[in-house]
Design a protein around this ligand. Structure first.
Ligand code: ATP
Ligand code: MG
Length: 674
């Protein structure tokens, strides 16, 4: 809005002295006055000229209004053209008796370009009460008259009467106010068809809630003006409404992401509120994290792990980059190194023990056969249909060799090994070729990895499987075996758990492992498990059909800084607005958008000092922590031998491994615990 200030120049006019004789004009004085007038005229014309010049100058100055104004505008009866954009305003005409909270949110969440204006005109309560009293009188009289005539009772009239009485109570007690409410939506489209389609969409969305809207015909310009951020209601089409339903029209229910319980994910950048969430309260507890390298994906997830552990959630991590070792040390987790020469062994033939519920051994065996076939395809490459059925039989026979069949008691078995399968295949017709290809994993270079009985213990709240030291070729296979092993743990005992798969694109590179990952994400809800999938290779992940399905099956999505190459695909997949797209392109460390169900908000992931020490992967800081650790150990030795008598330093400052409890106690800052 613009306020115009007018400045008038005051000119002093000589006043005649009050009373007395008028002095005779003195010729000298007259001459002087003439001169003064002449001077004033000259000054005025100079001033005018100056004003003209200033006006001309102002016309040449480019103001913000010139920059934002369209080059041209054409007003049509059904729409308005703004440059080459088609613009149409719609207004809401009637509302139903009941509206739900956030009824307007679907319109905001629809990916359309639109401007919305809401006008609230407070009304004089006394006037409203008077009108309502008259109305009540008429309605009551009507009901009584009908009753006297012996007509059956009219529920519509009675409901209306009750509503009015309720409103009268509310208004009189001051718990309700009364308004006239105007709601306009202006749509912007590139073509007329698109505009009609968008208008239909809005009408449908509102119509679904029994709210009827109309298009502003022959008033396109007034409609457009009404939704400009100027506060001018040129349409003036309003509905009477009391405060409760008006409050329910507030559409921004999505920017509040605070729930009663859960952990702190970060700070809401819209309003600096906290994003507190319990992922297990959603439809499923899965999460995907997408960002470029170094944007803070692992950091955000590690922070979640630390905080979730405090609430008693078990966490299992597949760590391809040794990024979680420090975290594991800090909370005394189990860190299992999966590599060719590691002591830790995993047997892919393991079966889940003590599985609860009504799952029968034959189902378990069948699913194990399917999983193993997937694994063997990953190991030896494609298999033909004939080979596939041979493999099927061979796996069942391998189990049978160890007395494991559909009727066995699975709680007390010794699972077979890969070499057993190789033996069986060698002795089967048509299986020799496969046996030869498997040999590489039982005797060759890769032996020692998956051809031994499992020897790791998993009774820890945090278990991390590191696969960094594996050759690239072996990584998908190892991840597959590890996930299958984890899947067995999960099925054996029902517990609140999170499984984190970092750099999940490794799994997506092969169809079998991608399919496996997807199956896990789809089924884990029933086992009280939430899978977190982290990936930096957005294009590869989202172009894979399984990757896409994983995204749709994940209620929580965290998008941090994106690269320009990936941002368009991200925008399409997550239906982001242009503004959100640029927000992702320009995000700083740990900044992005957090989606939970159908709500989302801009987030900043924030750790306390103590948490940062545990989860950072900045090599410089890690070195400093290592140094401090060494220093601390030396000091401890010195203290034990009596040389050091000062107070021992806090674990935190020195980076000494903390226990889970210590870590929890030392965490300060905006923590989730209530
Ligand atoms: N929210 C944050 N606040 C402060 N520092 C952060 C934040 N997020 C990340 N960092 C720092 O940024 C660096 C990179 O973070 P991180 O390792 O999480 O990246 P990443 O996305 O997992 O990368 P990559 O894909 O390479 O694994 C780390 O040094 C980390 O300490
Ligand atoms: Mg990472």
């Amino acid at each position: 809005m613009f306020k115009i200030f007018k400045i008038r120049k005051q000119i002093d006019v000589p006043q005649a002295p009050a009373g007395g004789e008028m002095p005779r004009p003195d010729p000298m004085l007259q001459l002087d006055q003439e001169r003064q007038k002449q001077l004033a005229r000259e000054e005025e014309s100079k001033h005018k000229q100056l004003l003209e010049e200033e006006k001309a100058f102002q016309q040449g100055v480019v103001s913000i209004r010139d920059i934002i104004a369209p080059a041209a505008m054409r007003v049509e009866s059904h729409y308005l053209m703004l440059n080459d954009l088609y613009v149409r305003t719609m207004f809401v005409m009637t509302y139903p008796r009941y509206v739900t909270i956030g009824w307007f949110a679907p319109i905001i969440n629809e990916s359309l370009t639109l401007d919305i204006a809401m006008f609230f005109y407070p009304m004089d309560i006394a006037l409203v009460l008077k009108q309502l009293r008259n109305k009540v009188g008429v309605m009551e009289a009507e009901i009584i008259a009908n009753h006297e005539k012996g007509a059956p009772r009219d529920p519509i009239a009675e409901t209306a009467l009750r509503d009015i009485e309720g409103l009268r109570d509310g208004l009189t007690q001051g718990t309700e106010k009364f308004f006239q409410f105007a709601l306009y939506v202006t749509l912007y489209s590139k073509s007329e068809e698109e505009l009609n389609l968008a208008s239909d969409q809005i009408e449908n969305l509102l119509g679904m809630q029994l709210i009827y809207s109309r298009r502003a015909l022959y008033q396109s310009e007034q409609g457009f003006n009404s939704t400009l951020p100027l506060g001018n209601d040129e349409l003036s089409i309003s509905t009477n409404m009391n405060s409760s339903p008006i409050a329910s029209s507030f559409p921004f229910v999505s920017s509040e992401l605070t729930s009663e319980d859960g952990i702190l994910y970060g700070i809401n950048r819209h309003n600096n509120s906290l994003i507190l969430f319990d992922r297990f309260s959603l439809q499923n507890a899965n999460m995907v994290v997408f960002a470029t390298s170094g944007a803070g994906k692992s950091y955000a997830v590690k922070l979640e792990i630390l905080r979730a552990m405090m609430l008693g959630t078990d966490v299992i991590v597949i760590d391809p980059e040794n990024e979680y070792q420090h975290l594991s040390e800090a909370v005394s987790g189990a860190y299992i190194n999966v590599s060719l020469n590691s002591e830790s062994k995993l047997n892919p033939f393991d079966l889940p023990r003590g599985i609860g519920g009504d799952t029968k051994p034959e189902d378990i065996l069948r699913s194990a056969v399917i999983t193993l076939k997937g694994l063997i395809r990953l190991m030896i490459g494609d298999v033909t249909n004939a080979e596939d059925s041979i493999l099927d039989r061979a796996i069942l026979e391998t189990y049978a060799k160890k007395d494991i069949s559909a009727s066995s008691d699975l709680s007390n078995i010794t699972p077979p090994l890969m070499s057993d399968l190789e033996d069986i295949l060698l002795n089967m017709e048509g299986g020799e070729d496969m046996a030869l290809r498997i040999k590489k994993y039982t005797e060759g270079t890769f032996a020692g990895l998956f051809n031994s009985p499992t020897n790791i213990r998993v009774d820890n709240q945090l278990i991390i499987f590191s696969i960094r030291d594996l050759e690239d070729e072996l990584r998908p296979i190892a991840m597959y075996v590890v996930i299958n092993y984890i899947w067995n743990i999960i099925r054996s005992e029902m517990k609140r758990r999170i499984l984190v798969v970092d750099e999940a694109w490794i799994m997506m590179r092969h169809e079998d492992s991608a399919k496996f990952m997807f199956a896990l994400v789809k089924r884990c809800r029933k086992y009280y498990l939430g899978v977190t999938t982290i990936t930096q290779d957005v294009n590869d992940f989202l172009t894979s059909p399984y990757g896409n399905a994983i995204v749709t099956n994940s209620s929580i999505q965290l998008l941090l800084k994106q690269s320009p190459a990936a941002v368009n695909l991200i925008q399409k997949t997550f239906m982001l607005t242009e503004g959100e797209k640029y927000l992702l392109l320009e995000s700083g460390l740990g900044e992005g958008i957090f989606f939970a169900g159908n709500k989302h908000a801009a987030i900043k992931v924030q750790a306390s000092y103590a948490e940062h020490q545990i989860i950072t992967s900045d090599p410089r800081q890690l070195l400093e922590i290592e140094e401090a650790k060494k220093e601390f150990e030396e000091a401890m030795i010195a203290e034990n031998s009596g040389e050091f008598s000062g107070p021992s330093r806090a674990n935190l400052m020195t980076g000494r491994p903390l226990t889970a409890n210590q870590a929890a106690n030392q965490m300060s800052g905006p923590m989730a615990s209530r």
